[in-house]
Structure formats: structure tokens, C-alpha cells
Write a protein that binds this ligand. Structure first.
Ligand code: DX5
Ligand code: ZN
Length: 216
């Protein structure tokens, strides 16, 4: 299976969102990654439903939505109605994670659990067979353009082992500081899905960066 690439719209030019979505539509990107922040779970606020609905209407790529919000269960239905493909909820934001994951699937979406950098992979032992994907944060969530946390490479390898041991079919997605230097090492450690904001949108040729990530 070739590497899945999910460019993060957080680094797009929001004054020219149409143009940037068109660029992604005509690129080799597999998904579009949408970062939703509430100013409570993370110290930043990003985009809300009106903007996401506009993106959903324009995008020909499946939407990979990363919820950095408290009480994500409140909005499962709205994301399902928007036609979201993959819904990521943070482990740290869900007291009843098993219930939330199954509600997401019952609404017809793929379900992913996300871990902050300090949350160990071992907390996934009893949920890894229920999820379609695990998203490992490779920076602290909240902002684009941050420095990659080096320890993440070992963490991806540990998650790959857990997935093999349990027979889970979960994909491994990584998010934060993914660039041409870190991406090959993440893929070698076992990552299948690369989220990239800064390295795609701040490149003079975003489409060729996306293609390079896909070839890893
Ligand atoms: C950060 C977001 C990321 C962000 C990644 O909280 O979850 O998706 O856009 O940005 P880069 O690729 O610039 O580190
Ligand atoms: Zn993200």
C-alpha cells in the first residue's frame, strides 16, 4: 500500500481558500486534513462549521477531520451529515472512548483515536482493534509549523508492534513537523498516513511535495 497523504488546510491561505482547495483537488493528495480547535482543549481556535461546510462542498478528496475539542461526541452527527470520511478524536478528550468510537462508526464514518505526544501507546491496548486509524501527534497540538518531536519515531515503531501483536488493521497517521527529512523516517518506522501543513503550503511547488510524500 502506498503512503496516504493528507495535507493540513491549517497552513493554507484562508483569503484564497478556493484556490488552495482547487490545488489539492488536482494534486495526488489522498485526503484533506481539517484541524478543528476550540480554544479549550488546545490554546488556539481554528475553523468552525460554516468554513468546514464550504470546504466540504468544494473538496473532491475525502475529509480527514482532527477534532482538538472537548466533548467531541456532541458533534458526531453534524460531521456525519457533512459527509466526513475519517473522524479523529483525542484520547485525552474522551472519558468514554469506546462509546465515542462506536458512535462514529454507526454514523457511517471511519473512526480514529489521536494521542498527544506525552500519552503512551500502551493506553491503546484495549481499543486498537476497534479503530480504523491511530493518529500520533508528533508536535503538541494547536499550531502549524512547529518543530518535530524526535521521540515520535520510536513511538511509531512501538505502535506498529502493538498493531502487529493484536492483529489490528488500524492505519498509523502522524501529524506535526512532517517534512522531507522526517517523513521517510516516519514511514520506515511504520507510519501509513502523513499529515503535512507547513511543508506543503509553504513550498513553491506544493503538488510536487505531495507527490514525493506519496512515493515514500
Ligand atoms: C496541529 C495540527 C496539524 C498542523 C500540522 O495541531 O494538528 O495538523 O496543521 O502542521 P505542520 O505540518 O505545519 O506541523
Ligand atoms: Zn491535525
Amino acid at each position: 500500500m502506498s503512503t496516504i497523504v493528507s495535507p493540513s488546510l491549517l497552513s493554507a491561505d484562508f483569503g484564497n481558500l478556493d484556490r488552495d482547495i482547487e490545488m489539492l483537488n488536482s494534486s495526488k493528495a489522498d485526503w484533506i486534513h481539517l484541524d478543528v480547535m476550540d480554544g479549550v482543549f488546545v490554546p488556539n481556535i481554528s475553523l468552525g462549521f460554516p468554513v468546514m461546510q464550504a470546504v466540504a462542498a468544494k473538496s473532491v478528496k475525502p475529509l480527514d477531520v482532527h477534532l482538538m475539542i472537548v466533548n467531541p461526541e456532541k458533534f458526531i452527527d453534524r460531521f456525519a451529515k457533512m459527509g466526513v470520511y475519517m473522524l479523529n478524536v483525542h484520547y485525552e478528550a474522551c472519558t468514554h472512548l469506546h462509546k465515542v468510537i462506536h458512535e462514529i462508526k454507526e454514523k457511517g464514518m471511519k473512526a480514529a483515536v489521536t494521542l498527544n505526544p506525552s500519552t503512551p501507546v500502551c493506553v491503546l491496548e484495549d481499543i486498537v482493534n476497534d479503530v480504523d486509524m491511530v493518529l500520533l501527534m508528533t508536535v503538541n497540538p494547536g499550531f502549524g509549523g512547529q518543530k518535530f518531536i524526535e521521540h515520535s519515531i520510536e513511538k511509531v515503531a512501538r505502535l506498529r508492534r502493538l498493531i502487529q501483536e493484536t492483529g489490528s488493521e488500524a492505519l498509523i497517521e502522524v501529524d506535526g513537523g512532517v517534512n522531507q527529512e522526517t517523513a521517510p523516517r516516519l514511514v520506515s518506522a511504520g507510519a501509513n498516513v502523513l499529515v503535512a501543513g507547513n511543508s506543503v503550503f509553504n513550498s513553491p511547488d506544493p503538488k510536487s511535495i505531495i507527490e514525493r510524500f506519496k512515493q515514500l
